[in-house]
Design a protein around this ligand. Structure first.
Ligand code: TLP
Length: 348
């Protein structure tokens, strides 16, 4: 039985071209700055996002950690949404390792932060009671808000407040290319609304490992030091960079297919008794949908999906998340819907 894995776009395997590029990669010791493939990737990603410099890091989590440690010192405060990945799913790294305090403001259902709420959260720097507000984080696309896409115009409203108060803006752009493809714009327009951006190669872009951070040359110099602090400096990391280069060159435009598949999946879910989805929230490759069948433990439904070869996890007691990605074809979406429909008959 073929398994259809919609748990995440992190499950994507490297493409044949990536395996070939990994095999052939020219390598050197990157801690000496001598890995030509890493150097090429870092220049390429900075150029692509319209920033001065880039840095390869192991993961999205490390990219956000190193970025925030570079913007904020011990006792400083970072403002982010209460549904931010960095707040919910990164093991509190910035507090654990950096002594950086987090202040949350409510995420709106569209993934945005209300600029008025952000402004209210910024502390008076002259009051000794308060940590110092240093940076505001946005996330685009927004994972827990169902892959919601933030436009540059929306982001600019938060950036304006941050700049007026002298704060930096960091973007968790794990899926920034999904946002750019969904909006049909150059990714630079999104990156321009942040001082630093973290982006992942290992999600929809299908590389096996790796993220990058981009920003000013000064910021990246500091981030390179902080990457060392967290043990993230690598040696012949061209092995990783080679696949990331292929990801940037070949895997961005096809994200549109994932978005279309997500929409078809959501439309199908809407027709299944016992499940529901707000189609307006499906803007990229993530579908968050609800269990409406009463008195059914959601984990029983998850188990029943798995037993039929469909991997979808729940994100809380009432909602599931499905993510489309490279390797999931239109037929898989039809097959997934058939399984969901069959399974839900047991529960309604
Ligand atoms: N997200 C993963 C899980 O951790 C939930 C997923 O399956 O979606 N920022 C965002 C917006 C993310 O979605 C993720 C990963 C990260 C950062 C962290 O990236 P990694 O997993 O590379 O550390």
């Amino acid at each position: 039985m073929r398994t259809i894995d919609l748990r995440s776009d992190t499950v994507t395997l490297p493409t044949p071209r990536m395996r070939e590029a990994i095999y052939r990669a020219e390598l050197g010791d990157d801690v000496y700055g001598e890995d030509p493939t890493v150097n090429r990737l870092e220049e390429m990603v900075a150029e692509r996002l319209g920033k001065e410099a880039g840095l390869l890091v192991v993961s999205g989590t490390m990219g956000n950690l190193v970025s925030l440690l570079s913007h904020a010192q011990r006792g400083d405060e970072v403002i982010m949404g209460h549904l931010a990945h960095t707040y919910l799913y990164e093991a509190g790294g910035i507090s654990v390792l950096g002594g950086v305090h987090v202040r949350t403001v409510p995420n709106l259902p569209n993934g945005m932060l209300d600029p008025k709420e952000v402004e209210l959260a910024i502390r008076d720097p002259n009051n000794v009671h308060f940590p110092r507000s240093r940076v505001v984080c946005l996330e685009n696309t927004h994972n827990r808000c169902g892959g919601a896409v933030l436009s540059p115009q929306q982001m600019a409203t938060v950036r304006e407040v941050a700049k007026r108060h002298g704060l930096a803006v960091h973007l968790d752009g794990a899926r920034i290319f999904n946002a750019a493809v969904a909006l049909g714009i150059d990714v630079r327009e999104i990156a321009a609304q942040a001082d630093s951006v973290q982006l992942c190669f290992s999600k929809g872009l299908s590389a096996p490992v790796g993220s990058a951070i981009v920003g000013s040359a000064d910021f990246i110099r500091e981030a390179r030091r902080n990457r060392k602090v967290v043990g993230g400096s690598m040696r012949q990391a061209g092995i990783i960079a080679a696949a990331a280069i292929v990801a940037l060159e070949e895997m961005v435009d096809r994200l549109a297919e994932d978005h279309e598949n997500a929409r078809i999946l959501a439309q199908g879910i809407k027709e299944i008794r016992g499940l529901d989805v707000d189609l307006g929230t499906v803007q990229s490759n993530i579908v968050i949908f609800s269990l409406t069948a009463e008195g059914v433990p959601i984990t029983d439904v998850v188990k029943a999906f798995y037993a039929e070869g469909l991997k979808i996890n729940n994100i809380d007691a009432g909602r599931f998340r499905a993510v489309t990605h490279y390797g999931i074809e239109r037929e898989d979406i039809s097959a997934a819907l058939a399984i969901m429909s069959r399974v839900m008959q047991q529960f309604v």
